[in-house]
Design a protein around this ligand. Structure first.
Ligand SMILES: Nc1ncnc2c1ncn2[C@@H]1O[C@H](COP(=O)(O)OP(=O)(O)OP(=O)(O)O)[C@@H](O)[C@H]1O
Ligand SMILES: [Mg+2]
Length: 313
């Protein structure tokens, strides 16, 4: 059975400028162990989709229709179930780890609180023990010391590991990760994505991933939905969407990926646009007035790493 099923979800936001249909009839589902990614430019409705499913949008500002079930429980027709699901069978990994934690409580205090929220029967001491175990699982260095730290004493990457540990503490069936690595620099990003893949392999959790980064989508996803103005304009397996995009919007998204030196280096002799400087001096180009050819960028040159389960760069 799918962990998340969404059918014809519509979200209308009531704003001072009128009603905005931020999500306009999207349908998708996610099975255990799968990562499904929603990708799209800023303002396309990705976060609104996620926030609506978690019922984190206030009722007087957002009107939700359609249907969605998390673990078989209706979360659109009623608010009755979501309170019991959130922080238990579904966990959120936020975009900005710096602001997601309470600045005046230690990491340990916040983890113990989250763990006891999910597992009411655990004593404080047992919850503390579990917190340490989780911090070890997310490869946080010196966890005994970190539990006594306040959020500002940890780096962004460390905090995101803490938040992943907190998300896992509830043994969720579904993790919603909205731009989980966007606030982190690239080297830290890779470590966090690796950790998410490792956790998924171990626990079989379903992941709804939101990103505007096709490289991240390609690495992490089983399936991708490309969102544009509240609708899915393209759906499919990673290879299909990234390597053979059908929709103009997806092709533009692919073209918008910045070229990274190591992956698209015209000074690399293997690069198709490589010009041998020695040969060039000996025999100059035929027609100096000719238009230079438009640069072409294939996904594998554009810094997009391997797919989920495939070889990693
Ligand atoms: N609180 C709000 N008030 C008014 N409009 C909003 C509000 N939140 C979102 N919107 C509008 O809803 C649409 C979808 O926004 P949403 O935040 O879901 O986009 P997104 O795809 O998550 O973008 P980003 O990549 O920037 O996070 C946008 O047109 C946005 O302007
Ligand atoms: Mg967003």
């Amino acid at each position: 059975m799918a962990v998340l099923t969404v059918s014809d979800l519509v979200v209308e936001l009531i704003t001072p400028r009128g009603v905005i249909r931020a999500v306009d009839g999207v349908s998708f589902d996610i099975d255990a162990g799968e990562t499904v990614t929603i990708i799209g430019e800023s303002g396309s409705g990705k976060s609104t989709t996620a926030m609506a499913l978690l019922r984190l949008l206030p009722d007087d500002l957002a009107v939700i229709s359609g249907s969605a079930q998390i673990d078989g429980q209706d979360v659109v027709g009623t608010r009755k179930h979501i309170g019991g699901i959130r922080g238990r069978s579904v966990a959120l990994i936020p975009q900005d780890p710096m602001t997601a934690l309470n600045p005046i409580a230690t990491i340990g205090q916040q983890m113990v609180e989250a763990i006891r929220h999910a597992h009411g029967s655990l004593s404080k001491a047992q919850a503390r023990e579990r917190a340490l175990e989780l911090l070890r699982q997310v490869h946080l260095s010196a966890p005994e010391r970190r539990v006594k730290s306040y959020p500002h004493e940890l780096s962004g990457g460390m905090l995101q590991r803490v938040l992943i540990a907190m998300a896992l503490s509830t043994e969720p069936r579904l993790i919603v990760a909205d731009e989980p690595t966007s606030a982190l620099d690239v080297t830290v990003q890779a470590g966090i994505l690796d950790l998410l893949l490792e956790m998924q392999e171990r626990t079989g959790v379903a992941v709804l991933l939101i990103t505007h980064d096709l490289g991240v989508a390609r690495l992490m996803s089983d399936r991708i939905h490309v969102m544009h103005r509240g609708r899915f304009v393209e759906d499919g397996d990673v290879e299909q969407v990234v390597d053979n995009p059908q929709h103009e919007y997806t092709r533009n998204l692919l073209a918008a990926i910045p070229e990274l030196g190591a992956w698209d280096d015209p000074e690399d002799p293997d690069h198709p646009d490589y010009i041998d400087p020695v040969a060039e001096t000996a025999a100059p180009a035929t027609d100096p007035a000719a238009e230079p050819a438009a640069p072409t960028t294939r996904p594998e040159q554009a810094g997009i790493p391997a797919t989920k389960g495939g070889p990693r760069p």
